[in-house]
Design a protein around this ligand. Structure first.
Ligand SMILES: NC(=O)C1=CN([C@@H]2O[C@H](COP(=O)(O)OP(=O)(O)OC[C@H]3O[C@@H](n4cnc5c(N)ncnc54)[C@H](O)[C@@H]3O)[C@@H](O)[C@H]2O)C=CC1
Ligand SMILES: O=C(O)C(=O)Cc1ccc(O)cc1
Length: 302
């Protein structure tokens, strides 16, 4: 049971965690914190939080669990504001999509990796942002990755794991570097493809016509291009090495595919598409049988 949860950044990710723990009845009080007073008032009205402060130092006072869910570029500033303000019992975790930058920010601000910091990342979300888009089932049957370090306190790690399990998530652990490489391939690269495709098409002449005749495949493939630009700018900057390596590899693959098409090599095309279909059917549909969990339409009805 968490007595007092401080959520810094009450948007889709922070709001959904607060809602999930409230519906599981495993949290006493939730204190929200963010830049905008209007957003926090809305969160209060929606019953996502029980009180708020615009000052992180005040929000974390007496909290036994602190969840940071702001864009990656804002995390260092939050660390600076909460330094020296945490209670003895406090554990701090986050939901940032890249872990190397969070750990580097922590080292810079605190001078070392604090034992009470458990970096984390829920592999669940949608293309919508803001507290109004948050919902309690977001993490149900989804994975959460924790990337504890050698310095991380065992009790802190267990408490963060228990919190995520209370939301219905399945918790796994891996190293920071491995996390950032895996996510560059499975999440960050696909977002770049969607943003890149829509941007390229929108700058072509007659783009109105292109979009008017777009079929379902285009809609499915580009849903994530409606995601928050600020959040994705920060993810790219935070995971620049792993992501640019993946983009270069993928660019080379696209070059080969283009050559195969130009040669009119139907046999090779068939082999590629069969291999891809088998891989997708095996991994993606096998894991998320009830939907990919990434769209509001997949959510369990309230
Ligand atoms: N959207 C998604 O699908 C997923 C996002 N994440 C990660 O979760 C974090 C939050 O993302 P979302 O909840 O989607 O974003 P969001 O835009 O819905 O919420 C972010 C909140 O942080 C607040 N904020 C922004 N800058 C701030 C600052 N300097 N100080 C205090 N508050 C500030 C905003 O006002 C907003 O309420 C990001 O780090 C993102 O990488 C992780 C998994 C999935
Ligand atoms: O909307 C989707 O399908 C997503 O992939 C959401 C998402 C965005 C960022 C993450 O770090 C994790 C999940």
């Amino acid at each position: 049971m968490i007595e007092r949860l401080a959520v810094i950044g009450v948007g889709l990710i922070g709001g959904s965690l607060a809602r999930a723990l409230k519906s599981a009845e495993t949290v006493g009080e939730v204190i929200g914190c963010g830049r905008s007073r209007e957003n926090l008032e809305l969160a209060l009205e929606l019953g996502v939080i029980d009180g708020f402060s615009c000052d992180p130092a005040e929000a974390v006072r007496d909290a036994d669990m602190v969840f940071i869910a702001v864009p990656l570029g804002a995390i260092a500033r939050v660390f600076e504001r909460i330094r020296g303000q945490l209670s003895e019992a406090a554990v701090v975790t986050d939901g940032g999509s890249v872990k190397g930058s969070v750990v580097a920010d922590a080292k810079r601000v605190f001078g070392e990796i604090p034992p009470w910091l458990v970096p984390g990342h829920p592999i669940a979300g949608t293309e919508h942002n803001g507290v109004a888009s948050s919902f309690p089932e977001l993490y149900r049957h989804r994975r959460v990755i924790l990337t504890p370090l050698a310095q991380t306190d065992a009790d802190a790690r267990a408490r963060v794991r228990a919190m995520w399990e209370q939301t219905g998530a399945e918790v796994t652990e891996m190293s920071v570097a491995h996390h950032d490489e895996v996510l560059a391939a499975t999440s960050h690269l696909p977002h770049m493809l969607a943003f890149g495709l829509v941007d390229a098409l929108s700058r072509m002449r007659s783009n109105d016509e292109i979009f008017r005749y777009a079929a379902g495949g285009f809609r499915d493939f580009t849903r994530i291009a409606s995601s928050s630009p600020e959040m994705w700018r920060d993810i790219c900057l935070a995971n620049a090495d792993a992501l640019s390596t993946m983009l270069a590899r993928f660019g080379a693959e696209m070059g080969k595919l283009s050559e195969t098409i130009r040669r009119e090599d139907g046999e090779t095309l068939l082999r590629i598409f069969e291999r891809a279909r088998a891989a997708r059917d095996r991994y993606v549909d096998g894991v998320g049988a009830e939907g990919d969990g990434s769209s509001r339409a997949d959510k369990t009805p309230d």
